[in-house]
Design a protein around this ligand. Sequence first.
Ligand code: UTP
Length: 290
Amino acid sequence: MQPVKTAVFPVGGQGTRFLPATKAVPKEMLPVVDKPLLQYAVDEALAAGIERLVFVTARGKSALEDYFDIARELVDSLQRRGKTAELAVLDDTQLEPGRILYVRQQEPAGLGHAVWCARHVVGREAFAVLLPDELLWSPANPALKEMCAAYDRLGGNIISVLEVPEEHTHRYGIVSPGTVDGLITEVKALVEKPAQGTAPSRLAAIGRYILQPEVMDVLAHGKRGAGGEIQLTDAMAEMIGVQPFHALTFTGTRFDCGDKAGHVMANVALALERDDVGPAVRAWLKTQSL
Ligand code: UTP
């Protein structure tokens, strides 16, 4: 089995839940403490051994390209002023030339459409998809790294899932489970946003996927699903039964940073873990009548 070397980051969405900020700043550039959301996803991909990063962008997202470029004037200025700590912080934002590729999604036709836009870059090999607005926090066992380890054993398609409360299942793509082996669940079907009380399990898909290239052939049909968009879940559903399809339960903490409350929670939780800002935030929280 070939290791997964390519990751697709769909960042073409409009981020309407974060207006007015997203009028001028891409959602993926919103910081959690001091790093943009996208940087967390890129770090996770690199930790999993990903070599090629494909960003599916859109109009108004040029800040992403600037962020992962070398800011020559800034670097020169920091060097002149002897700001070595600040220079070191920039290291993670500067990848070797050619490792990041940009593809444009010309219309926001859905997540499935965004993934399909990367087809020529992905080629005919297994690839990962990471949704950067889902912050999967697990520094010791990064989510995609664990998925790649599962992929080495099982092959086929692997999605990351989390057990959510029954009353939240209608917000997610939910797994209809087959055989369960520890954290691995065989996927019998995927149900997108099931109506209250009809979910086949509480295992919700949370924005990390390892997929076989054949999913691109399904997406090429351009079939519109929920919300009139081309849905990745619908395309994946067609792969089930044709190819092995498993879910790996994520054991870390997941923050839905596409949602305002989730984004605030991520900021508080990650700030509390840090030595520089943690003590001040903790002390302030203690003064609040929560
Ligand atoms: P969301 O459903 O969160 O949509 O997309 P959104 O546009 O980003 O945000 P809201 O709901 O309007 O606030 C989930 C992921 O799919 C990407 C998004 O960038 C995000 O990573 N996406 C979605 C695309 O790349 N293109 C699309 O057409 C839609």
